[in-house]
Design a protein around this ligand. Structure first.
Ligand SMILES: [Zn+2]
Length: 109
């Protein structure tokens, strides 16, 4: 999928149509969003589940070597629009599935 580097789009802060840069949102890991969520490493550490004597269930075992084969060949991409005038960034309304996304000359996987 090919996209231009800039588009004209409505900016709710400037309250008019402005030129906006297009970029792709990076996927964040779970722990970087909510550090104390279930399964978060810092939460497990504070509860004493990562080290110490005794059997800790799934935390005592190494991660499985053979994961299930990936069936999805595409990724869900979310576009970010950055206004040039006020430099605020807004997320696109819809995300889409593409294997490859090209913005301007830059090639993003
Ligand atoms: Zn703006």
């Amino acid at each position: 999928m090919k996209l231009p580097k800039e588009t004209k789009r409505y900016c709710p802060t400037c309250k008019k149509q402005t030129k906006q840069k297009i970029s792709v949102a990076k996927q964040k890991s779970r722990s970087s969003i909510h550090q104390l969520s279930r399964g978060g490493k810092s939460r497990l550490k504070s509860r004493g589940l990562t080290s110490g004597p005794g059997n800790k269930g799934k935390y005592s075992m190494p991660p499985p070597k053979n994961r299930k084969r990936k069936t999805k060949s595409t990724k869900r991409m979310t576009l970010l629009y950055t206004c040039i005038e006020c430099k605020k960034t807004k997320m696109g309304k819809d995300s889409m599935r593409t294997s490859r996304l090209e913005i301007g000359e830059k090639v993003a996987k």
